[in-house]
Design a protein around this ligand. Structure first.
Ligand SMILES: NC(=O)c1ccc[n+]([C@@H]2O[C@H](COP(=O)([O-])OP(=O)(O)OC[C@H]3O[C@@H](n4cnc5c(N)ncnc54)[C@H](O)[C@@H]3O)[C@@H](O)[C@H]2O)c1
Ligand SMILES: O=P(O)(O)OC[C@@H](O)[C@@H](O)[C@H](O)[C@H](O)CO
Length: 381
């Protein structure tokens, strides 16, 4: 069985590549980083080292690499011949890999390929499908796109090596809907470490609005306090209280919306905070806070749950406070952080909230976010 995976970064090598290898796939990694692809072409194996109570070392073999910026035709050919195509490139990069997948589908003969975007975003495979079929709707029956939720914390790695240090926890949930039904000619791919679910919404929203909301609250508060790592930030009682308050907001929403058992959900939240604190994971506030404009957008970790709470007539004060703290993220190496600071300095609060969050002006959350922006624009004494 052949898999093509776009994005040979942390999740690519330390999660998707590992799980596909364990499922028996030969994996072709496609990336635009020539150094990374060079290493994947030159060696036969790399290691994934899990750290935490259930620590194990896994060896991944049977892979190769293609540099899609140097040889997009080879990448398209690999897609044409694959059983499964996955990606973990970041939601903002989907539009750059879409033309390569489109070219692969155009060459494809025989059964449709399964495509799964493994990104932190709701409906990422649906987004990828729209981008791939843009201008080429006739290719629709050559691929089946399934949404997924992926969870494993993988901190920054040595950029000059292939081995990856990861936490011992992982979860990959895949929407079963597109497979095997009356309208589908494609069976569920065999991936024993993943689980197929009838309704992905509770899984992706629980993950994004717990793990990622809690992570982001920690990161922005840590950054504002001048703290480097996530584990260190959580040692501050104020930051910990802010994280617990954000997750109390999202818990109220998730339990009401999906009918989760309150005690089981509380255990899920506690486990997420324990995972952030894993002392063996050198994860940084800068990585977790990366791309703040994406994280402050409409369907993301603060605005979406806060908006839904207000629509239900509830408050979301802790999420609004976390949004306010995020406005202080000014990492110089992060293009979106630089743009965030430029927008803060140049747009009035109403224009900033409309542009960054995409909320309609009459949404009940808007006045609170505008107040946060007004406050962030006031010089600190
Ligand atoms: N690291 C984590 O803890 C984690 C956990 C769950 C989900 N995710 C999600 O996985 C995705 C990737 O995150 P990551 O941490 O692995 O990032 P990363 O930066 O380590 O990896 C992304 C890779 O994509 C490559 N890339 C960029 N443009 C490309 C293109 N046009 N074609 C092919 N490859 C391209 C980059 O060179 C890089 O190697 C994100 O959506 C992230 O939210 C990350
Ligand atoms: O990858 P991002 O930028 O969407 O979010 C940063 C982290 O919260 C994220 O990578 C987590 O480590 C991951 O989602 C855990 O499964």
């Amino acid at each position: 069985m052949r898999a093509v995976h776009f994005g040979a970064g942390n999740i690519g090598r330390g999660f998707v590549g590992l799980i596909l290898h364990r499922a028996g796939y030969e994996v072709t990694f496609v990336d635009v980083n020539p150094e990374l692809i060079g290493m994947l072409q030159q060696v036969d194996a790399y290691q994934v080292r899990e750290v935490g109570p259930a620590a194990t070392i896994h060896t991944v073999t049977g892979f190769t690499g293609i540099d899609s910026s140097a040889d997009p035709e080879a990448a398209a050919r690999a897609v044409a011949e694959a059983d499964v195509v996955t990606c973990a490139v970041g939601p903002t990069v989907l539009r750059f890999i879409a033309p390569v997948i489109r070219a692969g589908l155009a060459e494809r003969r025989g059964t449709p390929v399964t495509v799964m975007a493994c990104e932190n975003a709701i409906g990422a495979s649906d987004t990828l499908r729209e981008l791939v079929l843009e201008g080429a709707p006739e290719l629709a029956d050559r691929a089946v796109f399934a949404n997924t939720a992926v969870d494993r914390i993988i901190p920054p790695q040595d950029p000059h090596g292939l081995d990856v240090v990861v936490e011992d926890f992982f979860e990959w949930s895949i929407d079963r809907g597109p497979f095997g039904g009356a309208d589908s000619t494609v069976a569920e791919p065999s991936i024993p470490d993943a689980h197929f679910v009838d309704d992905l919404a509770p899984y992706i929203e629980r993950k994004l609005f717990t793990v990622n909301t809690g992570h982001a609250t920690t990161a922005y508060a840590g950054w504002a306090a001048g703290i480097e790592t996530i584990a260190e930030a959580l040692q501050s009682p104020q930051i910990r209280a802010a994280v617990e308050a954000s997750l109390a907001d999202t818990s109220r929403l998730l339990v009401a919306k999906f009918g989760f058992d309150a005690a089981e959900h509380a255990a899920y939240v506690a486990r997420a905070i324990e995972r952030f604190e894993n002392p063996a994971l050198p994860d940084t506030c800068e990585r977790i806070g990366r791309q703040p404009l994406r994280k402050l957008s409409r369907h993301e970790r603060f605005v979406q749950p806060a908006a839904e709470l207000l629509e239900r007539g509830e408050r979301a004060d802790a999420l609004v406070a976390a949004f306010a703290t995020a406005l202080r993220f000014d990492a110089h190496d992060d293009e979106q952080a630089v743009e965030l600071q430029r927008l803060l300095g140049s747009l009035e609060p109403d224009a900033f909230v409309a542009q960054v969050t995409g909320l309609p002006a009459d949404h009940p959350l808007v006045p609170q976010l505008e107040a946060a922006v007004r406050d962030a624009r006031t010089p600190r004494g």
